[in-house]
Design a protein around this ligand. Sequence first.
Ligand SMILES: [Zn+2]
Length: 178
Amino acid sequence: MSEIDTKFKLDLDYKLGLHEALNMQSDVWDFSKEKYDPEHLEFDMCNFMLDNNGIGLAANQIDLTKRVFVMGSLNIPNFPKPFALFNPVILETSEEKVLDKEGCLSFPGLFLNVSPPQWIIAQWQNSKGDTKEAKIDGYLAKCFQHELDHLNGICFVDKVGKLKLQLALKKLRKRLKK
Ligand SMILES: [Zn+2]
C-alpha cells in the first residue's frame, strides 16, 4: 500500500499501551490554539491506524487527550477512506441496537460483543475546521460510537459484564497459548 507513509512528523508518543489517558475525558479541540496542525495530526493518526490494521483510533489511545479520532479503511467495502473527526458529537441515535463483535487497538486480540444503536446522526469538524453532519449506519456507526466512547474515557471492556469479559479473556489466553 503506497498510500502508507510511516514517517511521523509529530512528537507524539505513538505507542498503544494501557495508560491513564484511556480513562480520561478528552478536551475540546480548539482550532485556534492547538500545538499540532490538524491536517498533520489527521495524516499521522490515519497512517498509524492503518499500520496497526485498525479501522478506528482515538487520540487518547496514543496519549493525546483531545477530542479527535480517525476512522476508515482502504479496503473494506462501503467504508470511507481514513479521515479525522474533530469534536465529534451524536445528535440522534436509533432505538434499534445491533449486537456484533468489536476489537480495539488498545486491547490486541480481544473481541467482545457490544450492542450500540444501529444508526446515529453525527456532527463533527473536519481537519479544516468545517462542520459536517451525516447519518452513519452499519459497522461504521459502531466504529464511530466506539471511538467517541474513548474520548469520554470509556473502553469497550467497560461496556460488557464481568462474566462476559472473563470469558473473552479466557478465550484469548487459550488462543495465545497455541
Ligand atoms: Zn478502541
